[in-house]
Ligand binder design. Structure first.
Ligand SMILES: Cc1ncc(COP(=O)(O)O)c(C=O)c1O
Length: 347
């Protein structure tokens, strides 16, 4: 199957497997694993922060960030379809006792004025104090959209002025950096904490980094243990992270070019694709004009050997390019998808 369901589908390459096999390891929980320590050192520099903590998943990284930046009863503002609000099982309420408020977004983005309008008076003895803002870059549910750096800077200035903390869910920050031509560090330095996922565009089997100040990362390490995420010989998987930083960062642009080619080819074949949405490695396909229920569409696509996935929008499917999708896969998908969905390919 050509697996375009998600960029989490990548499997470790031969080179990455060699790096895993040769990893020098120690007890990570005691901070004695040299490979983990090296990944944390390089991760902090990459993300424009002083320190980083290696974690099993980006969900855990986000949830620890929320926990260390807030007190129970505080309010969190994020775009209404963001991963922390929609796809982490109510974690902000469960793990940190937060009240959450979703801001309507355009391409996953919101404005300083929306923050000001939502901000609640912290001196009140009745309302939950607004404490934290979360930005997601790239923004998953809007189709891998990128925040312009000027807009991030404006949000950061507003948060500073209102004494709000700011977290970046940069699970796909590397895609945002490549697409905008601005380094991860230049983006990441505007935030109190930054999450980076290693198992998406970077192609690792697992792993994420949370970065921030040394004081905050000391708290993050305590919470890592509390959440059950402190590990032992984790250098085995951290070696994949180091390998990815050396070999998989630069190539992310190839995924974006393939997504663009896929989107243009599908649009050319008559499928309803919004080409403006394709900024990184996601392509969204709207089934509404085709009158096909999404279950049936997914079934037909699977039978044709192509995996797509659903989105938060009931009529939209998603195709995602990644390390394991080649130019030939894109060619085959361009043949198979229009046929499976009953669209005649123009010749
Ligand atoms: C924007 C965003 N944040 C966080 C995550 C969580 O990643 P993980 O599956 O590593 O927990 C995802 C996963 O898809 C995501 O898209």
């Amino acid at each position: 199957m050509i697996d375009l369901r998600s960029d989490t589908a990548t499997r470790p390459t031969a080179g990455m497997r060699r790096a895993i096999a040769e990893a020098i390891v120690g007890d990570e929980q005691k901070r004695e694993d040299p490979t983990v320590l090296e990944l944390e050192r390089r991760g902090a520099a990459l993300l424009g922060q002083q320190e980083a903590v290696y974690l099993p998943t980006a969900t855990m990284a986000n949830q620890i960030a929320l926990r260390i930046l807030t007190e129970p009863g505080d309010e969190l503002l994020a775009e209404e379809n963001s991963h922390v609000l929609l796809s982490e099982l109510g974690g902000p309420a469960v793990h940190s006792g937060l009240v959450t408020r979703g801001l309507p977004g355009v391409a996953g983005r919101f404005s300083p004025d929306q923050i000001r309008a939502a901000f609640r008076d912290r001196s009140s003895m009745h309302v939950s104090p607004t404490r934290l803002v979360v930005i997601e870059d790239t923004h998953n549910s809007s189709g891998g959209r990128v925040w312009p750096t000027a807009e991030i800077e404006a949000i950061a200035r507003t948060c500073e002025e209102l004494e709000l903390r700011l977290h970046l869910d940069g699970a796909r920050l590397a895609n945002a950096a490549v697409a905008s031509g601005v380094s991860c560090a230049e983006i990441g330095r505007h935030f109190d904490t930054v999450t980076l996922c290693l198992s998406k565009a970077l192609g690792c089997p697992l792993g994420a980094l949370l970065a921030g100040s040394p004081e905050r990362m000391a708290k993050a390490r305590r919470n890592k243990h509390l959440f059950g995420g402190a590990m032992r010989q984790a250098g085995i998987v951290a070696a994949a992270g180091l390998y990815a930083l050396d070999h998989h960062l630069e190539r992310i642009g190839e995924d974006h070019l393939r997504a663009r080619r896929l989107a243009e080819g599908l649009a050319e074949a008559g499928l309803p694709i919004d080409l403006e949405q394709v900024e990184t490695n996601f392509v969204q396909l709207d089934l509404a004009p085709l009158g096909l229920p999404r279950g049936e569409a997914l079934q037909r696509l699977a039978e044709a050997g192509v995996g797509l996935s659903t989105t938060v929008y009931p009529t939209k499917l998603r195709a995602v390019t990644h390390l394991d999708v080649s130019d030939e896969d894109v060619d085959r998908a361009l043949e198979a998808i229009p046929r499976a969905l009953g669209v005649l390919v123009r010749v």
